[in-house]
Design a protein around this ligand. Structure first.
Ligand SMILES: *Cc1c(COP(=O)(O)O)cnc(C)c1O
Length: 364
């Protein structure tokens, strides 16, 4: 018998449930469960990736300079305070590793992204769940939950899976009123979907207790490649770079992400297409009696009368080849999260929900 045991906290982690991608015995499946860009990456990004095949014997850049400079140009941030990671998940993991441990508390909201809790536990810290107000981040509840042991506050803005967000004024009020020993992390995974929103970059620039995380997995259509980045005050970025592996990002990932971020026309097209189809889908669902909060992201949180109804609708959608996301693990058992697909995908899911609810509606 061995007495080999992992560090405290690790066995409290429930394995992350990814969005399903296959249905047994069903072809022509539409995957609307992982908030992926239905159009994939831009042609420029695809072409950049293709060319990397000739350099696979070379080690990648360790300082990610070219990608950081491209991010700086496009997003109007200081490239010297950008750090790139294997998805924004890695930036979240670095933050928890660097700033929290046993005895410390890490705040996330009631329907917050699962990785905050997982990363806190992985480092022996205690995740603290704070209520939201009708599925919207509640700044006063977060401030009230802070203690001497709080080290990090994570909020996603827009939030996943609710799709709601809070405004710049509320973000600034939160940052300004946190105790001095607390770092605020603004997860901007869906910031690109919000016209005119900087993801919190200006707030980062104006303070020394705010970090922003961003990703190439959503709008840029590169979830399979695993690239994310963080932007923060110099003292934080310096700390995170000390624990970052020197070759954490592969050369194909770096080069492809750079081409993707520079293709502003593609970003603009994907944003406007998402806005158009999101409005159509929300209205179609509402006409079938399925309500949702106004979404600011690339998915809709559809609310049903009960958990049983949500589950039954999910089963019906599956039988029609449509994969959406159950969100019982996010304290929302009566909801289904539906990614805004392309027009055909949106029509199919709206039609199938209509069949399930016993109502009908014409297409866009
Ligand atoms: C999808 C998502 C991410 C992105 O994670 P990556 O590791 O960059 O793929 C981060 N935060 C939230 C809230 C998300 O929904």
């Amino acid at each position: 018998m061995t007495t080999i045991t992992p560090q405290p906290g690790i066995m409290d982690i429930a394995l992350y449930q990814g969005g399903a991608s296959h249905i047994e015995g069903v072809s022509n499946v539409v995957k609307l469960s992982s908030n992926e860009n239905p159009f994939g990456p831009s042609d420029a990004a695809r072409e950049a990736f293709r060319k990397t095949v000739y350099d696979l014997h070379r080690y990648p850049s360790t300082d990610h300079r070219a990608l950081r400079e491209a991010i700086g140009e496009v997003h109007g941030v200081d490239p010297g305070r950008v750090i790139c990671g294997v998805g924004s998940d890695e930036i979240i993991a670095f933050l928890c590793q660097a700033y929290s441990g046993p005895g410390d508390e890490v705040i996330h909201t009631e329907h917050g992204f699962a990785m905050y809790r997982i990363s806190a536990l992985a480092n022996g810290a205690t995740p603290v769940e704070v209520p939201e107000r009708e599925r919207v981040t509640d700044v006063d509840a977060i401030l009230a939950a802070c203690t001497d042991r709080t080290k990090l506050v994570f909020i996603a803005n827009p939030n996943n899976p609710t799709g709601t967000m809070i405004g710049d004024g509320e973000l600034a009020r939160l940052a300004a009123n946190l105790p001095g020993h607390v770092l605020l992390v603004l997860d901007g995974a869906y910031a690109e979907y919000v016209e005119g929103y900087d993801g919190g970059a200006a707030l980062v620039d104006g303070r020394d207790n705010v970090v922003m995380t961003r990703t190439f997995s959503k709008m840029y259509g590169l979830g399979g490649l695993r690239v994310g980045w963080g932007y923060g005050p110099r003292h934080v970025i310096d700390v995170l770079n000390r624990i970052r592996g020197p070759f954490n990002l592969s050369q194909p990932a770096l080069v492809t992400a750079e081409a993707a971020v520079r293709d502003r026309a593609w970003t603009q097209k994907c944003r406007s297409e998402n806005t158009r189809m999101r409005a159509w889908l929300a209205e179609a669902l509402a006409e079938h009696g399925v309500v949702s909060d106004t979404s600011t992201a690339n998915f809709i949180l559809a609310r049903f009368a009960s958990a049983d109804q949500a589950e039954a609708c999910d089963e019906h959608l599956k039988s029609e080849g449509l994969i959406v996301r159950r969100v019982g693990g996010y304290n929302l058992p009566h909801c289904l999260r539906i990614t805004v697909g392309d027009e055909a995908g949106c029509r199919r899911v709206a039609h199938a929900v209509g069949q399930f609810m016993g109502t009908r509606r014409e297409g866009p």
